[in-house]
Design a protein around this ligand. Structure first.
Ligand code: ADP
Length: 465
């Protein structure tokens, strides 16, 4: 490129100088002829002078090479080219940054036309190409367009919140700022605006969930607390001298206090699990051994409830997973505890551990309902085959669960029958805790049920082998 440029300048300079030389030859010959004709010079003298002048010109031409002529011009052009290349690299970098940005970004010209829209911006508006179109026609949010117009005319940055129209409603905030493209030459600059959009939907949903959660937790605690306070008042008042009533009220107060204790314990478990949700569990735990430990620890409960337990697992099979032992212990315990509570009277509970997908509990063809992740979905998400999964399933043969309730069971404080849950010591957090534990283990949790056919709760984990 540089050699081409140098030879181009050299050739051009040579052509210009050859033409100048011809002109010099012609003009000096004409002057000599005029002097001779006018009798002002002797022709011999004039001819000698002309030849000497030509010789001097030829010598100058010979020793001043094209390179000398070309070098300064070439230097100027090269400096200019370097400056342009640097400018181009800067522009490419800015474009690359905009492209890599996961959040939508638009650049508008003075007329409100889209000059640039990064891929996230095109996704947001659902258009394959937005450049060249008017911003008002691209993003259907009049408040953002009006704000952009104000920014373009006033040069002052602003931000505006808006909701996107269409299928899924999203709450977003647009930050709009003027772009100064020629700070050193303000007279040449045409106003441009940068529109940067942040999706606040998840943030807002989380805020709402947190507020709902605090409201529900306070409500759950308020009821037993109010009952305890009421009984204290009665004990101090008209039951003061009635030992029989005192005994009765004290046992109710104890039950309420225990309920609050369970609630606080579950709330603390949930917040501990949430806190660690991003930390991958490291222990190597055999799911069969763990399930058998849980069953052993619950023996007194089975006895008092008269529950019948059936535990099946592949003898000698390796059912190791990477897990937090205490958490998975708690998950299995919550499921078995629920099966005993809600799985009929007396409950018949079948617990199985094995490889692959958990057995289908309702395989007779009659309709059953499902919620959560199947083994196939878990395997696909983990990028493994179903055979690489290990499961624990807890099945009961109780009244089952209505289809509409199934997807909501893992919500905090959701119960099908609040009275029933309270009577059996439930907090409404058991299945929410199971779901969070399974999530932390990158596994899947599925609930299957049929009315009058019982329910089956399965957790699938990746085999640690
Ligand atoms: P709780 O503390 O109320 O048991 P959970 O989160 O453990 O809370 O369960 C939520 C609700 O799901 C329960 O209140 C109950 O209505 C329903 N449920 C849970 N397990 C079963 C089951 N095995 N059979 C029928 N319903 C169940």
């Amino acid at each position: 490129m540089q050699d081409d440029l140098a030879s181009l300048i050299r050739n051009t300079a040579a052509r210009v100088r050859a033409r100048d030389f011809m002109w010099a030859v012609g003009i000096s010959a004409g002057v000599c002829a005029a002097l001779i004709v006018a009798g002002l010079a002797d022709w011999r003298l004039a001819l000698a002078g002309w030849l000497a002048f030509m010789a001097a010109l030829a010598v100058r031409y010979r020793f001043s090479s094209g390179r000398v002529w070309a070098a300064p011009v070439q230097r100027i052009i090269e400096t200019e080219l370097h400056a342009q290349e640097a400018e181009l690299a800067r522009l490419r970098m800015v474009q690359g940054v905009a492209r890599a940005l996961p959040e939508p970004l638009f650049i508008l010209d003075a007329d409100g036309q889209v000059e640039h829209a990064n891929p996230a911006a095109r996704d947001l508006v659902g258009l394959p190409e937005a450049t060249g179109r008017h911003f008002a026609a691209v993003l259907r949010a009049p408040s953002v367009y009006e704000a952009a117009e104000t920014v373009l005319s006033s040069g002052e940055p602003t931000s505006v919140e808006f909701t996107t129209l269409g299928g899924v409603e999203r709450t977003c905030r647009a930050y709009i700022a003027p772009i100064d493209t020629a700070a050193d030459k303000p007279e040449q600059s045409r106003p441009r605006a940068l529109v940067f959009i942040r999706d606040l939907t998840t943030e807002r949903r989380l805020e709402q969930m947190r507020a709902d959660f605090i409201a529900s937790a306070s409500h759950e605690l308020r009821t037993p607390l109010a009952s305890v306070l009421g009984f204290i008042e009665t004990l101090r008042g008209h039951a003061k001298d009635d030992p029989e009533a005192q005994e009765k009220f004290l046992s109710v107060m104890q039950a309420q206090a225990e309920r609050m204790q369970r609630l606080v314990a579950d709330l603390m478990s949930l917040s501990r699990i949430e806190l660690n949700e991003h930390v991958p569990p490291r222990e190597s735990v055999d799911l069969s051994d763990l399930a058998s430990d849980v069953i052993e620890s619950l023996a007194p409960l089975f006895e008092s409830a008269g529950a019948i337990i059936d535990f099946t697992h592949e003898e000698g099979a390796d059912t190791k997973i990477r897990a937090d032992r205490d958490e998975v212990f708690q998950a299995i315990q919550n499921l078995i505890d629920n099966a005993v509570k809600y799985g009929g009277d007396p409950a018949m509970v079948k617990i199985s551990v094995g490889h692959g997908a958990a057995p289908t509990p309702f395989s007779d063809g009659a309709p059953a309902h499902r919620a959560g992740d199947s083994a196939q979905q878990v395997a696909a998400r983990l990028g493994v085959s179903v055979d690489d999964l290990v499961y624990v399933q807890v099945r009961d043969f109780g009244p089952g669960i209505e289809r509409a309730d199934l997807p909501r069971l893992t919500e905090r404080f959701y119960r099908v029958n609040v009275e029933r849950s309270r009577k059996s010591g439930g907090t409404g957090l058991g299945l929410a805790i199971v779901k969070h534990i399974v999530n932390r283990h990158k596994g899947g949790f599925q609930i299957e049920s049929r009315l009058a056919g019982g329910a089956a709760f399965a957790c699938h984990f990746r085999h640690a082998g």
